[in-house]
Design a binder for this molecule. Structure first.
Ligand code: AMP
Length: 416
């Protein structure tokens, strides 16, 4: 019987070297921007207690209701592959007493996340996010700073066609009062709504703004908007965030229908969309979550942050990053033990000196080795033959005899 052929699970993908190079550029650019702004890396486990997400992300959200990969471990505990990064980071903030540190605590992260969604372009079941959080500050400066950093990241990466949409949900109280008003509006137009929306008037009325259904959209066009209900401190906070973004030269449009699929947001919410992405047009987004840390057992702690999808950035960039090439490829003219051993020693010396070097691992004839050197973009080939060692410059074709005892100096001109 033929052995079965295995494939990566539905909605997941293998990161092959070509794509890993693009990811590498994105992650390095982000790491530099985060570090210059003082956002320190944090890493939390890939799975957590299921209750953390139920409580943190919210029972009524699609993520918790439909999309979590939840399983029981051998001890009977319910665990969930993390669908998002903010609840785990707030858990870590509380667990490690980070409220004792100077506030805000500014953190950055990147890694895999898991949602059982219907796979399509830009939407996967295992995907990767990078993001930042500023925990322990209510200042609109923090909102503006995190937004500016995402704008800067997308600009520095060269992501085309990006637009920032900005909204505010107000405080929990404003939002609650508004939600009652919105539910009343939806109930008054129940017959015109899509079934999905009708069934969720009580649990998640805000999602009605996201509906594709024409009837629902008509009802939502006349619905009260939360940004028009902001009062007092909430209105002032939102105005200040806008003024700061204006001062920083970050362009945005106010979107009164903006909602996010997680329950924890308060006040500022934002979304960066890209016109190259089709249906899954959001490249990154986030907002303020002033109630979450307390919800997870900490002291009341205002916070703000965002996450961006690495695959969405890659789709928008649609680029290739060339491989680095190699400084030296070591070839042996005849396959004898002494030359193989010398090649092994020399390749080690070159690498220790900080040069990139490879040798033939496939037992190729000399011609095949030279071809391989060309394939990997080697700038020089060192050929070990009966005369000693010849160093060939691949661009010019020039070749000269070298002393293998001083190989590093021969190559770097003594500068290594
Ligand atoms: P969220 O955590 O839902 O606010 O999503 C933040 C970002 O993660 C989005 O803007 C997307 O770029 C990315 N993202 C979310 N879900 C997926 C998914 N299933 N596949 C790929 N990227 C995703």
């Amino acid at each position: 019987m033929a052995a079965p052929k295995y494939q990566a699970p539905r909605g997941t993908f293998d990161v092959l070297p070509e794509s890993a190079r693009v990811r590498g550029r994105i992650e390095r650019t982000a790491a530099e921007i985060f570090s210059r702004a003082g956002y320190e890396p944090i890493a939390t486990p890939n799975f957590e207690d299921t209750a953390l997400f139920e409580r943190g992300v919210g029972h009524s959200t699609d993520i918790v209701r439909k999309e979590m990969f939840t399983f029981e471990d051998k001890g009977g505990r319910s665990l969930t592959l993390r669908p998002e990064g903010t609840a785990p980071i707030c858990r870590a903030y509380v667990e490690h007493g980070m409220q004792q540190l100077a506030q805000p605590v500014k953190l950055s992260y990147h890694g895999p996340f898991f949602r059982h969604e219907r796979p399509q372009a830009g939407r996967y079941r295992q995907f990767h996010q990078l993001g930042i959080e500023a925990i322990g500050t209510e200042s609109p400066l923090a909102d503006a700073e995190v937004i500016e950093l995402l704008a800067e990241l997308l600009a520095e990466l060269g992501v085309p066609g990006v637009e920032l949409r900005l909204g505010s949900l107000g405080s929990l109280e404003t939002r609650q009062a508004y939600l009652e008003e919105l539910k009343a509006h939806l109930r008054a137009h129940e017959d015109e709504l899509a079934k999905e929306v009708r069934e969720r008037i009580e649990i998640n009325p805000l999602r009605a703004f996201d509906s594709d259904d024409a009837g629902t959209q008509a009802v939502m066009a006349t619905a009260p908007k939360l940004v028009e209900r902001l009062e007092g401190d909430d209105a002032e906070h939102f105005a200040e965030v806008r003024a700061l973004l204006d001062a920083a030269g970050v362009e945005y449009t106010i979107d009164p229908t903006l909602v996010r699929g997680l329950d924890y947001y308060t006040r500022t919410i934002f979304s960066f969309v890209c016109d190259r992405l089709g249906a899954q047009s959001e490249i990154g987004g986030g907002g303020r979550y002033d109630g979450l840390v307390e919800q997870l057992g900490g002291r009341p702690t205002p916070a703000v942050g965002w996450a961006a999808g690495i695959e969405r950035i890659m789709l928008a960039l649609d680029e290739e990053v060339a491989a680095d090439g190699r400084d030296v490829f070591i070839a042996v003219a005849e396959d004898d033990q002494a030359k193989r051993r010398l090649a092994m020693v020399l390749v080690g010396e070159l690498r220790k000196a900080g040069l990139s070097a490879e040798l033939d691992l496939a037992g190729r004839a000399l011609k095949g080795q030279l071809k391989q050197a060309d394939r990997i973009g080697a700038r020089r080939v060192l050929i070990l033959d009966d005369e000693g060692a010849q160093l060939r410059d691949m661009a010019s074709g020039e070749q000269r005899q070298v002393d293998t005892g001083k190989l590093v100096d021969e190559i770097t001109g003594g500068e290594a």
